[in-house]
Write a protein that binds this ligand. Structure first.
Ligand SMILES: [Fe+2]
Length: 438
């Protein structure tokens, strides 16, 4: 070893202190990170999405053997994403769609390129036909800080409890923060769940910055609309994801409200033509039409723009969803859990007094936004509204088991009570006349 010249020591010291106040530069990495799955909407498919810090090839190697060589290969695309923050950080987002997967079969995969591979993950290919019983984890409003539901969701996922996740808007708080480093941290955090299950999303208000660019870039949802609205079939259900945010951020284009509304109507018409096959229609959107939280948000103190539309009359969704017989509407935004009685236009339409959710005569609403974030939980108003059936101000998430075309099971898990089920209800609808609420 050669002793350092005193001048060198000074230089090193200076360099050390000058780097101390900035980010220590690292080798840009070709190793895949932030790996997550989504369903592309095509039977027998699954899309793998991940991030690198240099442009590389995008390949997924997969097979059905837990160990040994991965026999299949699929190639995809890489596209740069430049965050809108002042550092203009650049990520490379890779997307590879696996096709021809055998329904219900477990696959092992790794993703990357010759410059770096991920570790191996496992997932089960979705079944294509309607006659099976999907299990979903449903929640919204989960942040990088205080994601209370995540440890249990990870355990549930490892135990094979779910077929998919529905994250009903508001991620990371916020993905664009700290020049999108919060988004990176969040995507790494959910990887143990999202690399094993299709992680299906809709945008929330926290994704708004730079015209939802972090949301659009980081997730790969079905269709060609950057994940803002899309639909897919899962067992006996048709699931529609849409953006409530088009009603609130009009500076990105008022035409978005109209475009989405017309898309929704066409999609609902098609879903009803196929209703004998897929009897349940489930929607997910971030901001609810009804809620009874004690905050200043629109559904407690103001008329909901989502419910009644712009100016209280243009492109409102309650009439549309009622007209086409939507069964279940999943919402978030309020950091609590609330289940409503079957409802239309503020009127309760229970099936009967004894069995309110047996043949309900209006859609059932669930607001599930208590997965945990830095904003903590939201209080309820002192007195529940007549249409409010159950209110839970505890961290947690919702389990949705679509048993068959007539029976659906909803449970709320409390993380404050170590996984206790704090709400439990079956929704039952006969197969005939599903489109009409009469
Ligand atoms: Fe929100």
């Amino acid at each position: 070893m050669y002793p350092l010249h005193p001048c060198w020591s000074c230089c090193c010291l200076l360099l050390f202190f000058s780097l101390g106040v900035q980010e220590v530069p690292k080798e840009p990495s070709a190793a895949p990170e932030q790996i997550h799955l989504s369903y592309s909407g095509e039977p027998g498919s699954m899309t793998v999405t991940w991030t690198t810090w240099v442009p590389t090839d995008s390949e997924v190697q997969f097979g059905v053997q837990l160990t040994g060589p991965l026999t299949f290969r699929a190639q995809g695309t890489v596209s740069p994403f430049v965050d809108g923050g002042h550092l203009r950080r650049k990520l490379y987002i890779h997307r590879v769609t696996l096709q021809g997967l055998l329904p219900g079969i477990q696959y092992v995969y790794r993703c990357g390129s010759t410059q770096g591979w991920s570790r191996r993950f496992r997932f089960r290919a979705l079944k294509n036909e309607p006659y099976w019983s999907p299990r979903l984890a449903v929640f919204g409003d989960m942040g990088t800080e205080n994601p209370k539901a995540l440890p249990r969701l990870r355990r549930d996922t490892q135990q094979g409890m779910y077929d998919a996740v529905l994250h009903v808007g508001d991620f990371a708080y916020d993905m664009h923060q700290d020049n999108a480093r919060i988004g990176d941290a969040f995507m790494r955090l959910i990887e143990p769940v999202a690399a094993s299950l299709p992680y299906m999303t809709c945008p929330g208000n926290h994704e708004e910055r730079y015209n939802f660019s972090n949301y659009k870039a980081r997730f790969s949802m079905p269709g060609d609309n950057e994940g803002l609205w899309y639909s897919w079939d899962l067992g006996p259900a048709h699931i529609i994801s849409f953006s409530t945010e088009v009603y609130f951020f009009l500076h990105y284009g008022r035409h978005m409200v109209e475009r989405q509304f017309h898309w929704l109507e066409r999609d609902l018409q098609k879903a009803n033509e196929n209703r004998a096959n897929r009897p349940w229609i489930i929607t997910m959107g971030h901001r609810p039409m009804y809620c009874s939280n004690a905050d200043l948000d629109d559904c407690t103190w103001h008329e909901s723009k989502v419910r009644k539309g712009l100016f209280g009359k243009l492109f409102g969704l309650e009439d549309l969803f009622y007209k086409y017989g939507v069964d279940l509407e999943l919402w978030a935004h309020e950091h609590s859990y609330e289940r409503l009685w079957p409802i239309y236009n503020y009127r309760v339409f229970n099936g009967s007094r004894e069995m309110p959710y047996n043949n309900p005569r209006g859609p059932v609403h669930i607001i599930t936004g208590s997965a945990g974030c830095e904003e903590r939980l939201t209080r309820f108003t002192l007195f529940p509204r007549p249409w409010s059936a159950v209110r839970v101000k505890e961290y947690g998430y919702t389990r949705l088991h679509i048993l068959n075309g007539t029976h659906m099971h909803i449970q709320q898990v409390s993380d404050d009570q170590d996984g206790k089920i704090v709400d439990d209800v079956w929704v039952v609808r006969p197969l005939l006349n599903r489109m009409m609420y009469l």
